[in-house]
Design a protein around this ligand. Structure first.
Ligand SMILES: [Zn+2]
Length: 73
């Protein structure tokens, strides 16, 4: 698909590192995504977004400021 941010690039299927800021930083690695070949913006489908949010919630209670988790784990 065409990138909605730069309007120039085409996206390709790959993996992205997704960072969420929820009072702490959560980095989820190797998330399946469509990535823009021009600007690097990534797009997650609905199902993936749900999984990402669930994984983020699961580590929210941990008392560390930075969580790095693997999407597939
Ligand atoms: Zn783009």
């Amino acid at each position: 698909m065409k990138c909605e941010i730069c309007k120039v690039g085409e996206t390709y299927s790959s993996f992205a590192n997704v960072t969420l800021e929820r009072g702490k930083s959560i980095i989820i690695k190797q998330v399946p995504a469509e990535i823009c070949s021009n600007c690097g913006e990534y797009y997650l489908n609905e199902e993936t977004t749900d999984s990402v949010l669930k994984k983020a919630e699961a580590v929210m209670q941990n008392k560390v400021e930075l969580e790095v988790i693997q999407f597939a784990a």
